[in-house]
Design a binder for this molecule. Sequence first.
Ligand code: LP5
Ligand code: MN
Length: 244
Amino acid sequence: MSEPSISLFISDLHLTPERPLPVRLFDRFIKEIAPGAQALYILGDFFEAWVGDDTLDQPFNRAICDTLKSLASTGVEVFFMPGNRDFLAGTKFARAAKLTLLADPVEVTLHGTPTLLAHGDQFCTDDTDYQAFRRLVRDPEWQRQFLAQPLPQRLALANSLRERSEHAKADKKPEIMDVNPASIEAILARHAVRRIIHGHTHRPARHELQVDGRSCERWVLPDWYETGGYLTCDASGCRLSTFP
Ligand code: LP5
Ligand code: MN
């Protein structure tokens, strides 16, 4: 009998040469866990910071793309939804890594169940400073001007934004950095699905909720700072796993 068909979901690896553990965990995941899946969905913040597809020739980015490509070559379909760290990943990156870019949010049918996939940051509507920042950097004209700057300037700006973000987060109440329940209900109502999968908040869990009288579930993916973690979905449902 053939193996049951499964889909895997990961996010928030924040891969960078400066943090070797998640890179090692990712290599293991690609070699030992992902083969045999029908599809791998990467739901954002795969990279610590992506400042443009012209960084593809940097050895670190090249190696990561080769790893992704090696999985695609074994027949696993790879999908990539950019997050708030890598929203500038574009078509050249997709081609180099042999994957398909996804819009955020996107509705897919997973082994028979209509499911909404998202990075998750758009639901953190109580974090009004972040939402203002998001509107700015998601503006196509702003992105055009940013990408027109020389690479060293873009890297410096990304570094300084990372620092400002860490300072800003230290002053924010933890609850405002979680999703807003009304935003989740609104998106589930609009898409008429019973399941949503997202990352970003680093609060892995399964939540149950009622939307318009329908029982719904919300799966939150883990970050990869200390252990690797992923969600598996098949025809019988979904489950979270971690590995050391
Ligand atoms: O990323 P994470 O999880 O730590 O925190 C996020 C929010 N922060 C961000 C900023 C990113 O970390 C910065 C990384 C950018 C890399 C991309 C490079 C390509 C684009 C380069 C752009 C120059 O997303 C954080 C949330 C948190 O999630 C939880 O949801 O709270 O939001 C912030 O900290 C934002 C601050 O509240 C406001 C930002 C002030 C900076 C204003 C600068 C405006 C000028 C920008 C123009 C250069
Ligand atoms: Mn994020």
